[in-house]
Write a protein that binds this ligand. Structure first.
Ligand code: SAH
Length: 385
């Protein structure tokens, strides 16, 4: 609605229309004003409302929150109190548990202490006992010493005590001497011809007894006595069998069987034994059923013994040998050697660790003595202990 446009319409001559238009414009203007006013008012209201709301809202909120806060605070306080209570309860429980644990620990410690005390008490008791024993022994020794001194002063019973101590020493020394003597004689017999051994014993018969004493002591150390094995086998033979025991010692075999036994040894220790060198025994040719060599193959002239055994044995007669295992280099070679003496091996027991047991059968008389081989075994020497 500018002024230029108004002028143009007047100039065109349309006066009625112009007035109407003016009125309308005025009316429109008024309407617009009204509208604007309303809108302004509305806006203002809106603005005012907005402002009001803006201003009042926090006030309203404040009023609301105070209650809530109060309730909240109450709740919070309650919660706090509850928490405090819970914490205090937990603390109480913890302290209770702690106390309980401490009590248990104390109890356990006390129990262990009690046990330890018991143990120590027991140890103390045993120690006391031992100390008492020691005290008692010491007292006894003192008493004995006092007695000894008293008796030495009076020259009475102390003599017997002295005698006892010297006796035991003497016995020990004698034992050692006897053992040494046994070892010496044993070596002499093994390393010499039987004639030499016979000479040795005939000159000094006491040495023979010394040797036998030592031999008996040695037998007691063995797990078995070979003469017992031979005795068992002889006992199974017919009672009519005549036995010849070459190197019989104490004639244990003759004493243990019902058979007729001719017992030979270098020296006679009892009425059953005939003293002789077994290379030459006082028996007829082909007169005995069994010849026994039980640990008696001593000396360097073993072939003489086998010759003699062949001579006195009947045809088919039995030669029984028991020897220390370590004496054999090769037992089969030994068996082969005896074959030349017309002895056939019919049984052997090599199972024992210490001894071999061999049985032979005489198959024929020996006619040509010169062709016979020399049979040798290692000497059985005893070690010094
Ligand atoms: N046979 C007996 C004894 C074994 S000791 C037993 O088993 O109990 C060995 C014995 O053989 C000794 O008594 C020894 O004097 C004897 N001896 C060794 N060579 C001998 C020989 N040439 N003549 C006779 N006896 C002999």
């Amino acid at each position: 609605f500018s002024s230029k446009k108004k002028n143009k319409s007047i100039l065109s001559g349309k006066v009625v229309k112009k007035s109407k238009k003016k009125r309308k414009i005025k009316e429109n203007k008024q309407k617009i004003k009204k509208v604007v006013h309303r809108t302004v008012e509305n806006n203002d209201i809106v603005i005012r409302n907005k402002k009001f709301s803006k201003i009042n809202k926090p006030v309203f909120k404040k009023e609301k929150s105070s209650e809530e806060i109060l309730t909240k605070r109450k709740k919070q306080n309650k919660n706090k109190n509850d928490n405090k209570r819970q914490i205090s309860e937990q603390l109480k429980e913890n302290s209770k548990q702690h106390k309980h644990k401490n009590r248990q620990k104390k109890k356990n410690a006390n129990e262990s202490l009690v046990q330890q005390n018991k143990h120590t008490n027991a140890n103390d008791v045993s120690l006391n006992k031992e100390t008492n024993k020691l005290d008692y022994k010491q007292k006894k020794r003192k008493k004995l010493q006092e007695k000894l001194h008293q008796t030495l002063d009076t020259h009475s019973s102390s003599f017997s005590v002295q005698k006892q101590t010297t006796k035991s020493l003497r016995a020990k020394m004698m034992e050692k001497l006897q053992a040494a003597r046994f070892r010496y004689i044993n070596e002499q017999i093994y390393s010499n011809d039987s004639k030499e051994a016979q000479k040795l014993f005939s000159k000094d018969p006491e040495s023979f007894h010394a040797y036998h004493e030592g031999y008996r002591r040695q037998v007691n150390k063995w797990p078995l006595n070979p003469v017992d094995i031979i005795t068992e086998s002889v006992q199974k033979m017919p009672k009519s069998h005549i036995i010849a025991d070459f190197g019989c010692g104490d004639a244990k075999l003759a004493k243990s069987v019902e058979h007729t036994v001719h017992s030979f040894d270098l020296i006679s220790t009892n009425e059953l034994v005939t003293a002789c060198d077994m290379a030459h025994v006082p028996l007829q040719n082909n007169s005995v059923d069994v010849v026994v060599f039980c640990l008696s193959l001593m000396g360097t002239n073993l072939h003489d013994y086998f010759l003699e055994a062949n001579r006195v044995l009947k045809q088919g007669g039995i030669l029984k040998i028991a020897e220390v295992e370590s004496r054999f280099d090769d037992v089969h070679q030994f068996i082969e050697g005896l074959r030349k003496f017309h002895f056939k091996n019919i049984w052997k027991d090599l199972s024992h660790n210490l001894f071999y047991f061999l049985d032979f059968k005489k198959e024929a008389n020996i006619k040509k003595k010169k062709k016979l081989p020399t049979i040798s075994l290692h000497p059985c020497l005893y070690k010094k202990r």
